[in-house]
Design a protein around this ligand. Structure first.
Ligand SMILES: Cc1cc2nc3c(=O)[nH]c(=O)nc-3n(C[C@H](O)[C@H](O)[C@H](O)COP(=O)(O)OP(=O)(O)OC[C@H]3O[C@@H](n4cnc5c(N)ncnc54)[C@H](O)[C@@H]3O)c2cc1C
Length: 169
């Protein structure tokens, strides 16, 4: 529909645009938002074979393991009330590895291919919102643990805010 995406665009003045949709996650600085840190591992082993994602029901380590191509397995994810986005901590690394090992001892011999950490933006009820701020900016935020799954629905809500407001003008 003629939308242009600019990556690595540097500093752009929002005032240059008729409509601005802010999707900057935790950086948005909304007082209602909090960060929930998540850490994950990517393991590689030929000794485990999973046909589908497996969720471990465990009181301390409720992790999931997602089989990926080339004998890789994503092990995730921690849930820590923090907006710190630094590298994975030793404690989290140990806990994720322990949980993977408990699920299948062959993970003890797996190679650690990658570790990752991110901050999930969340509102107090953990539900996402598309809303219009007083300055006219539309914000999409609070996607918490489900950003990939919910983004089409949130885009629809944002489009509805955008085009209904345009129709009113
Ligand atoms: C370990 C882990 C595993 C996860 N697994 C899943 C999963 O399996 N399924 C799922 O649905 N969700 C998952 N999530 C959650 C998902 O990652 C989040 O819900 C989602 O990333 C939130 O999307 P967002 O675009 O709102 O925010 P973000 O992904 O945080 O994106 C915000 C972006 O804005 C950029 N930005 C900040 N300030 C500015 C600025 N001033 N100008 C321009 N850009 C700016 C940031 O660099 C960032 O790229 C997981 C999260 C973690 C941490």
């Amino acid at each position: 529909m003629g939308v242009v995406f600019l990556f690595e665009a540097g500093e752009i003045a929002c005032s240059d645009f008729d409509q601005v949709i802010d999707c900057t996650g935790i950086a948005q600085g909304d007082d209602d938002l909090r960060g929930v840190r998540g850490e994950m591992l990517l393991l590689s082993t030929r000794d485990v074979s999973l046909a589908r994602p497996v969720r471990l029901l465990h009181p301390r380590h409720p992790i999931y393991i997602v089989p990926r191509a080339d004998h890789h397995f994503m092990v995730g994810a921690t849930m820590i009330e923090s907006d710190h986005d630094g590298p994975i901590t030793a404690r989290s690394l140990m806990e994720l590895l322990n949980a993977a090992y408990a699920l299948h001892p062959a993970f003890g011999e797996a190679e650690i291919v990658e570790t990752g950490a991110g901050v999930r933006p969340a509102y107090s009820d953990n539900l996402p919102r598309a809303k219009r701020r007083k300055d006219g900016t539309i914000t999409i935020n609070g996607l918490y643990r489900h950003g990939f799954l919910l983004s089409p629905a949130m885009a629809e809500q944002a489009a509805s805010l955008l085009f209904n407001a345009s129709a009113d003008n």
